[in-house]
Design a protein around this ligand. Structure first.
Ligand SMILES: [Fe+2]
Length: 390
């Protein structure tokens, strides 16, 4: 049996006005200082004020939120006793909101003990909402949580299925101010979610639709949003694509681009979307070289998104080329070298990169599961930009 999870989605012009319809008395807003400074948190609280919902802002979320921050949020939420917890920001703020609402239900737990198999019943106390200010992680439509253990210098992939937000609000006013580099980094993450979710061995007919539409919108609108941040149609379409991408990979799981990208990002501190987007074409070539089934699925995406025609192999190859062309058009690196990583330092870390990638679940949700040797070769090829020929 499979299940498909998604939040109620309020979207379109003035979508933030949905806040004035929610039932409740108190909202605990989880965000970061920059979102407050940019006036985006105020757009949320202004709506809450219209219906006299009391609010408190916890603005201490940092990129890749630490367990320490989550614990602080857990103390603050327990003190405030809200009936809504609202994550406002990029993936970090939304993920932090998910972890904090779990601690609200179980203040006795350490944040890194939050588990996918546990039931927390946090809705007995509060409901969860996500309002994205970037178009990338799709966290508003997934139950996943990524935190950082700053003491042991490790990333923690946590989450619980009940952490799917009850409501996601998609309002273009919240994403319109994203600078070009963040637009590009996060946009490549969307493409990776869409394509990897589509070919995942956990993918189904139900998850394919969101992935396919998300990929098409990225090819159509990401370069536009990157070149002209005021292009509101491009902003809106990328915002919707990000949520659809989240629905795709959140239910079907991502793949090798994510496991290799996570490994590189964790060791060399390169932003998530930039690394997974960079690895995407290499890992597509790797899967194509072994699986007619995956090649056929890439070909479907290419025909739907890029007007490709011809054999499955020709269409799938075109898709790989289109991914690289889009990355290039928006100033994204096409190789590890172009990420600015020193060769000697990279070589020294290959065993650690392989080890990290092997320990990611996304390494096994693909039609060709690499071992140590192949992973090391993928990393080596991706350093110089060599096409995968094995
Ligand atoms: Fe991602």
């Amino acid at each position: 049996m499979w299940t498909f999870s998604a939040p109620l989605i309020a979207y379109g012009d003035h979508a933030l006005e949905y806040l004035a319809q929610i039932q409740g008395k108190k909202a605990f807003i989880v965000t970061d200082k920059n979102i407050v400074k940019l006036g985006l948190a105020k757009l949320v609280t202004d709506q809450l004020d219209t219906v006299d919902i009391k609010w408190e802002i916890f603005d201490e979320v940092e990129p890749e939120p630490s367990l320490i921050t989550i614990k602080k949020g857990g103390v603050a939420v327990a003190k405030f006793q809200p009936d809504w917890v609202i994550g406002v920001g990029g993936g970090s703020a939304m993920d932090a909101a998910k972890a904090i609402i779990l601690l609200f239900a179980r203040p006795d737990l350490e944040p890194d003990a939050l588990s996918i198999t546990e039931t927390y019943n946090f809705r007995a106390k509060a409901r969860l909402m996500a309002i994205p200010t970037t178009s990338g992680t799709g966290s508003e439509a997934t139950w996943a949580i990524v935190l950082t253990d700053t003491v042991l210098n490790r990333k923690l992939g946590l989450g619980a299925t009940e952490c799917m937000p009850d409501v996601a609000i998609l309002d273009a006013d919240m994403v319109a101010g994203m600078p070009p580099l963040i637009t590009a980094d996060t946009g490549m993450d969307v493409l990776c979610h869409a394509i990897e979710g589509y070919v995942s061995t956990w993918g189904t007919t139900i998850t394919e639709g969101p992935g396919l539409v998300a990929a098409r919108r990225v090819f159509e609108y990401l370069a536009r949003a990157y070149k002209d941040g005021k292009d509101i149609q491009a902003r809106k379409e990328m915002m919707y694509a990000a949520t659809l991408g989240g629905m795709s990979f959140g239910n079907a799981m991502a793949g090798l681009g994510h496991s290799t990208g996570h490994a590189l990002g964790a060791i060399f501190h390169v932003p998530h979307g930039r690394t997974v987007g960079m690895f995407l074409p290499y890992t597509m070539e790797y899967l194509m070289n072994d699986s007619a089934e995956t090649t056929a699925k890439y070909a479907e995406i290419a025909r739907f998104c890029c007007g490709a025609s011809g054999s499955d192999t020709e269409c799938a190859s075109k898709l790989v080329g289109e991914v690289r062309a889009l990355a290039k058009a928006i100033g994204q690196p096409l190789s590890i070298k172009e990420c600015g990583i020193d060769k000697a330092k990279f070589d020294a870390e290959i065993p650690a990169l392989v080890d990290r990638a092997l320990n990611e679940v996304m390494t096994i949700t693909v039609t060709r599961v690499p071992g140590e040797e192949d992973l090391a070769k993928i990393f080596e090829y991706a350093y110089t930009g060599k096409r995968i020929d094995f």
